[in-house]
Design a protein around this ligand. Structure first.
Ligand SMILES: Cc1cc2nc3c(=O)[nH]c(=O)nc-3n(C[C@H](O)[C@H](O)[C@H](O)COP(=O)(O)OP(=O)(O)OC[C@H]3O[C@@H](n4cnc5c(N)ncnc54)[C@H](O)[C@@H]3O)c2cc1C
Length: 294
């Protein structure tokens, strides 16, 4: 059984740098260690929270009463096959993209500005520039306390920033099916996409990515909140990004309560001005659901 750490602050495990202590933390390095950890959680009656790069996660200041899992070792390794990139659930998108480019495999470029892991990408069906995980995912190995099984994208129920994975379902490995593409072409595409990102989003600030999903229709959540006059709006140490209103920045010692208060205000204004109830994209850990304004 892998070592269990106690009291590690989630602030250290999330890109926004917010969150209190995890009741327990394990860093399994193999499928066997992962299975052990999941069985330990089941025996102890603990919830499970798998954390990738914590790049779409807001954790409570009070801490998270769960076994937090970080996939390391072979669960974060990347291997290249014929037209296939096989990545541990904890492998970062940056490493996967780098390895795919070296191997002359294209199709993953859209993920260049998504700072997460393979497992987090599946869970969120992350995407950008008109593509998402469902476009490249061949299958994912999902481990639960009962064992492991490969699941197809259909079985994972991937939809816009959504999958059917539950909290105890851990993506231990994924296989991406990619197409041959010259490395120089991949490099040029990535450079253009990164430049576009830097121009429009607060890529150099501590955030958890998109706060809300884009509602149906032409008006995205960011533009809607901008029209509500929320750019730069601050509560405590958290601020709605002056660059893109669908991001919350940790401007100065933000707490989870500051971030939630901004989200509540944003939803209230969007409801009032546009009659739209924005749905949160960021995953909450140890936090109650936002109030409804319908
Ligand atoms: C600057 C910035 C830009 C971003 N841009 C985009 C974007 O363009 N498009 C986009 O879709 N997202 C974007 N995001 C959000 C985020 O990067 C993605 O949602 C990413 O896929 C989350 O991956 P993660 O590994 O960090 O997951 P985490 O944030 O750690 O976790 C998110 C969810 O996935 C679950 N999870 C994580 N790993 C696993 C696993 N191995 N098995 C099962 N469940 C798991 C967690 O339990 C949680 O429910 C951005 C974030 C930032 C900070």
């Amino acid at each position: 059984m892998t070592a269990i750490e106690h009291g590690v602050p989630l602030a250290k495990l999330t890109t926004i740098g917010v969150g209190g202590p995890a009741r327990a933390l394990a860093r399994p390095c193999s499928s066997a260690e992962l299975l052990d950890a999941l069985r330990f959680a089941r025996n102890e009656g603990l919830d499970v929270l798998t954390v990738g790069l914590g790049s779409n996660l807001l954790a409570s200041e009070e801490g998270v009463d769960a076994l937090v899992l970080r996939l390391e070792g072979e669960l974060a390794e990347v291997e290249i096959g014929s037209g296939v990139v096989s990545a541990g659930g904890g492998a970062t998108n940056a490493v996967c993209l780098h390895r795919a480019r070296e191997a002359g495999l294209g199709g993953f470029e859209f993920a260049c500005a998504i700072p997460g892991t393979a497992g987090g990408g599946v869970r969120m069906n992350a995407g950008a520039y008109g593509r998402d995980w469902s476009d490249i995912l061949a299958r994912a190995l999902v481990v639960t306390a009962d064992g492991e099984a490969w699941r197809s994208p259909e079985e994972l129920g991937l939809a816009y920033r959504h999958s059917e994975l539950g909290p105890g379902d851990v993506v231990a490995r994924v296989e991406y099916r990619l197409e041959p593409c010259p490395p120089a072409e991949i490099k040029a595409t990535v450079a253009a996409l990164v430049a576009q990102r830097k121009a429009t989003q607060p890529t150099n600030k501590r955030t958890f990515g998109s706060v809300f999903k884009n509602p149906p229709g032409d008006l995205g959540a960011g533009r809607m909140l901008e029209l509500c006059g929320l750019k730069g709006h601050r509560i405590g140490g958290a601020m709605i990004s002056p660059k893109h209103a669908n991001f919350i920045e940790n401007a100065n010692g933000a707490t989870s309560a500051d971030c939630v208060a901004l989200m509540v205000e944003a939803r209230r204004r969007a409801r009032h001005e546009f009659g739209v109830e924005l749905e949160r994209e960021v995953v909450f850990a140890g936090l109650p659901e936002l109030p409804s304004f319908t």
